[in-house]
Design a protein around this ligand. Structure first.
Ligand SMILES: [Zn+2]
Length: 193
């Protein structure tokens, strides 16, 4: 089960730091519009990093079932929101996951939960993609796993480093997907449609 996103003493402590930051950037934390901002920002940050308090292996183990199928299972366009570990600014997008079963299957909603468990941390897109791939490969376990992730990074957009419409795609695969390019092509054809 998902644990509580934050406890009140932690919210208060993080909020006190946000209040200090507001002063440092030249704001007045006492003005009306900002009175509740430190607490709101603390809750938002703790929610955006709630993945630290979720064990993805445990989440998966709640919904692993025996399954005789041998063909690829694909879940497309799982939405995620993460924070880049370099600037603590959002990056967000979608992840598509394919796996080749090895006697077991995973409850489909758990794939999204595993994505959230890794996305709601300070991350880089490459690690996020690799961690989701490795977790499913190891915990299910599967004969092969492939993960494709496309995201937009506010740290690049807001600072003008990136053209506004560009996106970053990362891919990782393990097992049979590493051995067989035709299998990877089948996955990409399926997620493109
Ligand atoms: Zn960044």
């Amino acid at each position: 089960m998902e644990r509580k996103e934050y406890d009140e003493s932690k919210v208060a402590e993080v909020a006190s730091h946000f209040e200090a930051i507001l002063k440092l950037i030249g704001e007045d934390p006492e003005r009306e519009g900002l009175l509740k901002t430190p607490v709101r920002a603390a809750k938002a940050l703790l929610y955006a990093t709630s993945g630290y308090r979720i064990n993805p292996t445990e989440v998966m183990r709640q919904a692993i079932f025996s399954y005789n199928g041998s063909q690829m299972v694909i879940v497309k366009d799982i939405e995620f929101y993460s924070l880049c570990e370099h600037h603590i600014l959002p990056f967000f997008g979608t992840m598509s996951i394919g796996y080749i079963p090895d006697g077991t299957m995973l409850g489909l909603s758990k794939l999204a939960r595993v994505v959230d468990a890794y996305a709601r941390r300070l991350q880089v897109q490459e690690h996020l993609t690799a961690q989701v791939c490795q977790e499913i490969f190891t915990t299910l376990p599967a004969k092969g796993v492939i993960v494709s992730c496309t995201a937009q990074h506010l740290c690049m957009k807001m600072r003008g480093v990136e053209k506004q419409e560009s996106a970053t795609t990362t891919v990782d695969y393990l097992g049979t997907f590493a051995d067989d390019p035709a299998l990877r092509a089948e996955f990409f054809a399926a997620v493109r449609n």
